[in-house]
Design a protein around this ligand. Structure first.
Ligand code: NAG
Ligand code: NAG
Length: 331
């Protein structure tokens, strides 16, 4: 009788512990899901479910972009309001509450229409957008380019120039800007891209290093973009530099994703964080300097002593960060 009692208690305790553990896990996982957009709360493009979706029509496309850019602009720029004699940045609060400020808008479009309206070399794009077309899901994700996206790419371009100058190679690369490239499963425009002017025989002229800048890009979207660019058959890039300038605090993250050759996985090889903990504090750079392996950019080995891997040092990274924060905080 007593044995049966002990047995029952043990059983109950065991279940209690089991449920406590599962419940804690459940809470933990959900908290994580809420703080970071991931595969489970994203649409097919890896963007938040709240992203605006339209059916593409050539005639109203420019207006929709204008409208969405206006909306994005409003959500990013604090409007000072006053109640009871106290100022508060109404929009900063709402920024903190919603994770949903996204610089993207999505259009459903078929391949033929996309080819007609977006791949015609005679139509000059004038909307300040960079697009990703996925032909499997008939989807065009449009990134609305903001001043800080542009500054980030340009700052990196010039840091790159500074690094190549002493090697005598500043004219040995192409700057592809935001040219449209076919990539795995569709087409895409980078925020900046570089590739060698002289390529090994049989290698197409394409960017080897691609830059993707974001203010609110989700990790799910980034993973897809990295996969497209580094795809060994259709992407052909070797490095994706993913730059994210957080809008809620002075923090810039630079990730270097790499594809180094057959039988290797696409790898996140370097993560750099540039942070200013509180206003006026010393800016900290963790994980720097930024390294771009020479052979992955130029598709040939470096010839020492003049040629070596490209290094963008911590001071340059701090300067880039200051520039971006100046833009983000001044308006
Ligand atoms: C360029 O801008 C004009 C006027 O805003 C617009 O009508 C035209 O469709 C735009 N071109 C493209 C390719 O979107
Ligand atoms: C291409 O699309 C297929 C089907 O949606 C997907 O499984 C695959 O991962 C995609 N490839 C890349 C490189 O994005």
């Amino acid at each position: 009788m007593f044995t049966a009692f002990v047995w029952a208690i043990t059983l109950v305790a065991r279940y209690a512990i089991f449920y406590m553990i599962s419940y804690s896990l459940y809470v933990l996982l959900n908290a994580h899901a809420m703080s970071e957009l991931n595969e489970w709360n994203c649409g097919p493009e890896g963007l938040p479910l709240s992203v605006r979706r339209y059916t593409y029509r050539k005639e109203d496309f420019p207006q929709i972009i204008d409208l969405e850019r206006e909306r994005l602009y409003r959500s990013l720029h604090p409007i000072r309001t006053m109640t009871n004699g106290i100022y508060h940045d109404g929009n900063l609060d709402s920024l903190e509450e919603s994770e949903d400020v996204v610089e993207y808008v999505v259009f459903s479009i078929d391949t033929a229409t996309y080819n007609r309206d977006f791949l015609d070399p005679n139509t000059e794009p004038n909307l300040s957008i960079h697009t990703t077309f996925d032909r499997h899901i008939n989807s065009l994700a449009v990134k609305m380019i903001l001043h800080e996206h542009e500054e980030l790419s340009i700052a990196l371009e010039s840091a790159m120039g500074d690094a190549l100058g002493p090697m005598g190679l500043e004219r040995s690369i192409y700057h592809y800007g935001s040219t449209t490239f076919s990539v795995a499963n569709g087409s895409k425009e980078p925020d900046a891209a570089w590739g060698p002017r002289r390529t090994p025989p049989g290698t197409p002229r394409r960017p080897t290093v691609v830059v993707e800048t974001a203010i609110t890009e989700t990790s799910a979207k980034l993973r897809r973009d990295v996969g497209r660019w580094l795809d060994p058959i259709d992407g052909l890039a070797k490095i994706v530099l993913a730059l994210k300038a957080d809008r809620r605090r002075p923090k810039i993250t630079i990730e270097r994703w790499q594809y180094t050759g057959a039988n290797t996985e696409i790898e996140l090889v370097q993560t750099i964080e540039i942070i200013e903990s509180s206003p006026g504090d010393e800016v900290a750079v963790n994980g720097g300097p930024l390294l771009i392996p020479f052979h992955l950019l130029f598709l040939r080995p470096a010839e020492p002593p003049r040629e070596h891997d490209i290094v963008i040092d911590e001071q340059e990274l701090k300067d880039i960060a200051q520039l971006i924060w100046e833009i983000q905080l001044s308006d």
